[in-house]
Design a binder for this molecule. Structure first.
Ligand code: MN
Length: 750
């Protein structure tokens, strides 16, 4: 079996780029064999691209559209879907021709148009080489800009072809594109698990970044090739025979490691190539995971393992979902070589990474990933979840990249990538560069256009801040729209430092307004007695510090005002008398009671149904009292207690006596009854307050309360309360009788 890594897919490189039609025919043939695509639609895309790019030439003089076909061909090799192939053919038309998004959308659908537009946006991003952190931000920015993962994959295909044909470019361009490929696209391919693409991008870049180093390795490999091939053949044969004997169904491949991995090893270990022994890598692909470990045991039995080189990425996959077991052993000639053991499923995942999703959705028969769609989604999800903290579920549903939803990446004019929270504005940007830039900011431009301070930045925007030494400083309004905590902090700091006097005045006036609004007297709240303890509790040494803090927003005015109000209240009795307060509450309740008034009063009158009932004011009976009714002239039956003075001292003439009738309480009573009682007590300070406190503590619903001094050191307090029945009333009266100085509590009327 040929080694598929050495015979790396070459696309249509054997067909001349001067014959794009021939290239496209070959692509069409390839697609016909492996996929059930709408080839008419794909050809239509080719025709559109060919017409649009007509007359344009590549650096080698070939028709430009040859590049489009080549990119589509690479996309096909990656295993992408039909929309991706169409988009790959059209990937440069927005950038380089008169066609626009809507033209593409009309003929090929919005999805294709969106992908092409996405690729165009990435193409327009300018890079300069930066330190590692910057590079990571750039990679994230590209991923975030792409939104649809296919945009990235097509961009990789585009870059792949440009790198393959880099020979025609100027040395400067070769170098800058190679650097960008090495720093941006190869790591993205790696992150997406696309080992095959990553390797090729790295090797192509190295060719231009260190031509001598690259050539040295190539020359050496070529010189040693007969020896290496003989070695690989003999080892492979040994392994094959042994595995066959053991009854393991396995495919064995071997390859020379890719150039950049050898280069990196030389560089890291400061060795020349002759010092690198394990140039060869063997790969054993089996059907099941138990087979992997079984093969590992067999290999270790055949050859001596190098200590410390065994790695189990099956039980612990790499972040990009790569799985295999690796071991390095010493061959019979004393030459070390690496063996990677994996299942077919692991193999496809390793080769194509995220692109395997489409490759195997299309029903490639060589795939062992024949499980349902859900499982394929599952691994895409795993791939992303292991790399990103953010939830990747949405991504899996519509294959959009939503991993950096809470971040936005923008450029400084120098090309630095600045990472800000989503929704960030030029003010956030300015403060992220330096406090002074923010504090001296007098305007902002995004992509060359002047924008308002609260303009929301988008991925890839180039942001420019105009500053002036005579700038007035940040505005408090900025606090309402900045998104980054650091900008907020820096703006507040500025106010704290630069504007102390202003803050003091402002803070004091804010506090006064708030207190006035609360109805708290300023002279009391701001008196030293009240203010200073509050100030100390809030850890301020001076009044001005407190006002300044309120002024710049270091402490909220509400918090301070609430404390002052509470302390003012606690420091003295309420202004209103206890009686006023109780009666206010009573009035509110009476209004409520009126609203809830019921026609039935819980009274049964002998021999009469539905007669008008009223409760006498003299004795105010409540359920439980012994009662009697008096038939009034035209006002129904008036209800009295049997111990009411008006009953006891009634007119006993026969005519009058006949108007007293028997009444009783109904069994179920839902009404409440207002009754009145009188308290006699020694007059003293705080008597009413104490009575009111007890009434409140027993939840008495007071309708009215009045108290007066009657001379001789005595006071009379009359209370009207709502009760349900006699026992509730007795309880209240009983509690009142316990108040200091109270000598009697009696019901009115008796
Ligand atoms: Mn291109």
């Amino acid at each position: 079996m040929m080694d598929d890594d050495i015979a790396r897919t070459q696309g249509n490189r054997e067909i001349s780029p001067f014959d794009p039609d021939g290239m496209f025919d070959a692509l069409e043939e390839k697609l016909r064999q492996s996929h059930s695509f709408d080839l008419g639609r794909i050809r239509a895309a080719y025709e559109v691209a060919k017409t649009a790019h007509a007359g344009q030439k590549r650096k080698d003089g070939s028709p430009y559209v040859s590049h489009c076909v080549a990119a589509a061909d690479i996309a096909a090799d990656m295993g992408l879907d039909e929309d991706s192939i169409v988009a790959a053919l059209l990937h440069d038309v927005i950038e380089d021709t008169a066609l626009e998004h809507e033209d593409i959308a009309r003929q090929f659908g919005t999805e294709v148009a969106d992908i092409v537009e996405g690729v165009t946006k990435l193409t327009r991003v300018q890079y300069t080489s930066k330190e590692d952190e910057q590079m990571e931000n750039l990679r994230k920015m590209l991923m975030a800009m792409a939104k649809d993962i296919r945009v990235i994959l097509i961009k990789i295909a585009d870059r792949m072809h440009n790198m393959r044909t880099m020979a025609y470019q100027t040395p400067e361009k070769q170098r800058s594109k190679s650097l960008e490929t090495m720093e941006i696209y190869a790591p993205i391919a790696h992150r997406l698990g696309m080992q095959r693409s990553k390797w090729e991008l790295e090797d192509l870049s190295l060719q231009y970044l260190d031509p001598q180093g690259y050539q040295e390795i190539m020359d050496t490999l070529e010189r040693r090739m007969p020896e290496l091939e003989a070695f690989m053949d003999s080892m492979r044969e040994k392994i094959r025979v042994r595995l066959e004997k053991e009854g393991v169904n396995a495919s064995i491949f071997c390859r020379i490691k890719h150039v950049y991995s050898i280069y990196r090893k030389m560089y890291a270990q400061k060795l020349d190539i002759n010092g690198i022994f394990d140039l060869c890598a063997f790969r054993v692909i089996v059907d099941t995971i138990p087979d992997c470990y079984n093969v590992l045991g067999i290999i270790h039995d055949m050859f001596k393992p190098v200590p410390g080189r065994f790695k189990d990425y099956i039980s612990t996959p790499k972040p990009n979902m790569y799985q295999s077991v690796h071991t390095t052993v010493i061959g019979s000639e004393g030459i070390p070589f690496e063996v990677q053991i994996r299942t077919w499923e692991m193999h496809y995942t390793a080769e194509y990474g995220i692109a395997a999703h489409w490759k195997y959705k299309m029903g490639d028969s060589s795939s062992s990933l024949r499980s349902g769609d859900e499982d394929k989604f599952a691994w895409v999800r795993r791939l992303l979840e292991t790399q990103q903290e953010s939830d990747a579920t949405d991504f899996v549903h519509d294959l959009k990249i939503d991993m950096f939803a809470d971040e936005v990446f923008v450029f400084s004019p120098k090309g630095d990538v600045i990472n800000l929270p989503a929704g960030a504005t030029p003010v956030d940007f300015a403060y992220s560069i330096h406090s002074d830039i923010g504090n001296r900011m007098v305007g902002a431009k995004v992509n060359g256009r002047i924008v308002p301070y609260d303009h929301v930045l988008q991925n890839g925007d180039i942001v420019e801040i105009r500053t002036s030494k005579s700038a007035p400083g940040p505005s408090r309004d900025w606090l309402s729209f900045v998104k980054s905590g650091s900008a907020r902090t820096k703006i507040k700091q500025w106010y704290k430092k630069e504007r102390r006097e202003e803050n003091i005045v402002r803070g004091r006036s804010m506090l006064e307004d708030e207190l006035r609004h609360m109805g708290v007297a300023l002279d009391e709240a701001l008196s030293a007695d009240i203010l200073h303890p509050v100030m100390k509790k809030l850890s301020f040494n001076e009044e001005d510090d407190l006002y300044a803090a309120i002024g710049y927003g270091g402490i909220t005015v509400i918090r301070v005002a609430n404390r002052l109000r509470d302390d003012v209240r606690a420091s003295k009795p309420d202004h209103r008398s206890a009686i006023e307060k109780v009666n206010d509450a009573a009035e509110r309740r009476e209004q409520q009671a009126k609203r809830n008034a019921k026609a039935v009063h819980g009274i049964l009158v002998e021999g009469l149904d539905n007669c008008l009932i009223k409760f006498s004011r003299c004795c105010t009976p409540v359920p439980g009292d012994d009662i009697i009714g008096f038939i009034t002239r035209g006002q129904g039956v008036s209800i009295h207690r049997k111990d009411c003075q008006n009953y006891l001292r009634r007119d006993t003439s026969p005519e009058s006596e006949g108007r007293w009738i028997k009444v009783g309480w109904a069994d179920t009573i839902n009404d409440v009854y207002v009754t009145t009682f009188t308290i006699t007590a020694k007059d003293r300070n705080g008597l009413v307050m104490d009575i009111a406190t007890v009434l409140n503590s027993v939840n008495a619903k007071v309708r009215n309360l009045s108290s007066r001094s009657v001379g001789y050191g005595q006071a009379i307090t009359v209370v009207s309360v709502e009760v349900k029945n006699l026992s509730e009333l007795r309880y209240i009266m009983n509690r009142i009788s316990g108040v200091a100085g109270v000598t009697g509590v009696t019901r009115n009327g008796s």
